[in-house]
Ligand binder design. Structure first.
Ligand code: ATP
Length: 362
């Protein structure tokens, strides 16, 4: 069932479009990430859903009802912001109980719900501790418990993990995701971190300059990005300018022609199309002897190797372009800077995508 629907939602600040004509449905029970670079409109879109910002035009529908003009506190959504906004003079239990108090929930019911939530976030032994004496991760959990105390139908998270260090952040991503799945609460999270979005989301909404660039499951977007912007934003990729070749092939910058998975994407006028191949799809073989001249293989020289133990990334200079290949240190024996390699580019992993639109003059 559709839970939240945005209909042609636009927000202008002066002449600038922060959010431009966005249509979107958020399915019930799922975690959806708004992902994009700074300034693309993620927070503005979330704030309009929260009721903290009024759209210039368009409608916000929730469970079949138009809530565009309903105030934030009447919407009854749970929210966690980057700052967390916990009350520093209160204990853990008092912070969690606060929204229940506002609702004039009875004392015993409050205590029962707080105890339940403390169990849920695995902090029952810290109920009486002032929040100022908690670690970053514990504060994070308290903020989430407070946001879901009144069992809201929608949980909105605005970069809730950005203040945490990398390790704790990754641990909290898993913790929040498991909690969200257990509760089945529809959740929207804003992030500019593609790895975070890939870890947590059922669906990712990639935003570019106030508009939706692509919506889909994380791996679908990774494997089949619709544009250079999306391909570049989601994961590492080799993005090469290509032109029309013969019989459905495309011509690489060095002139070699290769077969691709979706040749129908080659436009009549060449020059504005890119070829995407992810580093893990580039298969290396040391020595360019056998296989040289085979279709979909290019010859190159290893320029640099980044070996971080679990994975290895090789930068390869080919005729007219550079390739990055990802493997494990054990997969390709003899791989070293200066070595000549043959890089196979499997046709099914070579995707044509639309080139990035030129940036409008500021
Ligand atoms: P970040 O990741 O940096 O928070 P974002 O994707 O969340 O970025 P928004 O904060 O939604 O982006 O901002 C979108 C655009 O709207 C930006 O160009 C921003 O400068 C502008 N903007 C946001 N809020 C206001 C405001 N209150 N007044 C004027 N312009 C605003």
């Amino acid at each position: 069932m559709t839970h939240l629907t945005l209909q042609s939602v636009t927000k202008r600040f002066g002449a600038a479009h922060a959010v431009d004509n966005v249509d979107l449905t958020i399915p019930e029970g799922k975690l959806v990430c708004f992902l994009g670079p700074s300034g693309c409109g993620k927070t503005t879109l979330l704030r309009m859903i929260a009721g903290l910002e009024m759209p210039t035009s368009g409608a916000v529908m929730f469970a079949g009802r138009d809530i565009t003009h309903v105030s934030a506190n009447q919407r009854d959504f749970g929210m966690v912001f980057q700052s967390l906004a916990l009350f520093p003079h209160m204990t853990v239990a008092e912070n969690i109980a606060y929204p229940l108090k506002l609702r004039k929930t009875g004392k015993s019911e409050q205590a029962k719900r707080v105890a339940e939530l403390l169990e849920l976030i695995q902090l029952p032994h810290m109920a009486e501790r002032p929040v100022t004496r908690l670690s970053g991760g514990q504060r994070q959990r308290v903020a989430i418990a407070r946001a879901i105390a009144t069992s809201p139908k929608l949980l909105l998270l605005d970069e809730p993990l950005s203040a945490l260090d990398a390790k704790l952040r990754e641990a909290m991503q898993i913790e929040i995701r498991l909690l969200q799945q257990r509760l089945g609460i529809t959740t929207i999270m804003v992030t500019h971190d593609q790895r975070e979005a890939m870890t947590m989301a059922d669906e990712i909404v990639v935003m570019e300059r106030g508009r939706i660039a692509q919506v889909g499951k994380p791996l679908d977007i990774y494997r089949d990005p619709v544009s250079e912007f999306v391909a570049d934003f989601i994961g590492l990729g080799n993005i090469l300018p290509v032109t029309n070749g013969e019989s459905g092939k495309v011509r690489l910058p060095g002139g070699q022609q290769i077969t691709v998975a979706n040749p129908e994407r080659v436009p009549e006028a060449s020059g504005d199309i890119r070829l995407l191949i992810r580093p893990e799809d580039v298969h290396l073989q040391v020595g360019a002897g056998q296989g040289a001249g085979e279709s979909n293989s290019v010859r190159g020289t290893v320029r640099f190797i980044r070996d971080v133990g679990a994975s290895l990334e090789a930068t390869i200079d080919c005729a007219g372009f550079t390739l990055t290949a990802a493997t494990t240190p054990r997969e390709v024996p003899g791989l070293a800077p200066g070595v000549v390699v043959l890089a196979a580019l499997p046709a099914q992993a070579c995707k044509l995508i639309a080139a990035r639109a030129p940036q409008a003059a500021a």
